[in-house]
Design a protein around this ligand. Structure first.
Ligand code: RP5
Length: 168
């Protein structure tokens, strides 16, 4: 999360506090990459005016990319995208009814004109990585941290005990 006095660069929003366990994975990933962010629970249907206020003030607060998580009808990411030209990444949240396939189809099927980049069901870490990659286009230091993250990830696989006999 953004430290007091630091401007958040990624705005994370989800439809309910029940989505926090998934969306907090995005917060953790952005923390590892040293990218300040903010996290809000704002339902698009229970508090539409607050959601629009959140989006309208975002650029001025420092936000450059949104991550929006929702389950079920999952209209939140599309509503956010409809009110901004900042990139919006949608995270489908798993549900009791459709296991998240319902949320995935709702978010990924945005009609033309208003895009929402959609990650896997529960894919909050990838949403964070993609958001960081977008910021890194204009931030060489962040790009270097992403490259280091990838290298560490590769090293962890190579150093896994199951691969001992494959080491060069
Ligand atoms: C959506 O409905 C939320 O994104 C959440 O995934 C789902 C259930 O919300 P609650 O009933 O837990 O508030 O709006």
């Amino acid at each position: 999360m953004a430290e007091p006095g630091t401007r958040p660069r990624i705005g994370i929003v989800c439809g309910s506090r029940s989505d926090f366990p998934v969306m907090e994975k995005a917060v953790d990933m952005l923390g590892k990459l040293d990218v300040p962010c903010e996290l809000h629970a704002i339902s698009a249907h229970r508090a539409p005016d607050l959601l629009l206020r959140f989006v309208a003030g975002a650029e001025e607060r420092g936000i450059r990319v949104f991550i929006a998580g929702a389950g079920g009808a999952a209209h939140l990411p599309g509503v956010v995208a409809s009110k901004t030209v900042l990139p919006v990444i949608g995270v489908p949240i798993a549900t009791q009814v459709g296991g998240g396939l319902d949320s995935l189809l709702s978010i990924v099927q945005m009609p033309k004109g208003i895009p929402v980049a959609t990650v896997a069901v529960g894919g909050a870490e990838n949403a964070a990585l993609l958001a960081a990659e977008i910021l890194a286009l204009a931030d060489p230091a962040l790009r270097a941290r992403l490259v280091a993250f990838r290298a560490a990830q590769t090293r962890a696989v190579e150093e896994d005990e199951s691969n001992a006999d494959l080491r060069g």
